[in-house]
Design a protein around this ligand. Structure first.
Ligand code: I3S
Length: 127
């Protein structure tokens, strides 16, 4: 279950469960660790929290984000085949030197996320 709130004066806000792994942290390659994460796009921040499975709410017992990335000055693209054997993988790079792979088995869901991330990043470029 994902939702999008689009208004004229705010970047979109969105949340849902995605498979996520870091591949680079502060410019250094790190070992992949795919995790199912509650992912929340809020302004220029992308927040991740360990998923409790299924339809668990963000406001559940463990609502603290595991980590947050700042999308300002970042880039988003579809990951090339050498980055992952999985289907529907987004590669997100931050200005701080963190690279993430974000994946969903559902191509409709991942396309919506790609659009929302790309819109957020390009909205910042125009500010
Ligand atoms: O890019 P890699 O190293 O082939 O990534 C795979 C590994 O991280 C693997 O774990 P270990 O080699 O640490 O056991 C994961 O299980 C795979 O999911 C990773 O590859 P994909 O293609 O799924 O991103």
């Amino acid at each position: 279950s994902t939702y999008v709130l689009d208004t004229n004066d705010k970047p979109s806000e969105k949340c849902g469960v995605l498979n996520v792994t870091k591949i680079t942290e502060n410019g250094k390659k790190v070992r992949k660790n795919w995790t199912s994460s509650w992912t929340v796009l809020q302004g220029y921040s992308l927040l991740f929290a360990k998923s409790q499975g299924g339809g668990t709410s963000w406001f559940g017992s463990q609502s603290k984000p595991e980590f947050t990335v700042d999308l300002r000055g970042g880039s988003v693209d579809w990951a090339s085949k050498d980055k992952s054997s999985k289907k529907h993988v987004i590669e997100l790079k931050t200005r701080q030197g963190t690279e993430l792979l974000i994946q969903s088995e559902n191509d409709g869901i991942i396309n919506e996320w790609f659009k929302a991330l790309a819109e957020t990043i390009s909205a910042h470029a125009w500010e």
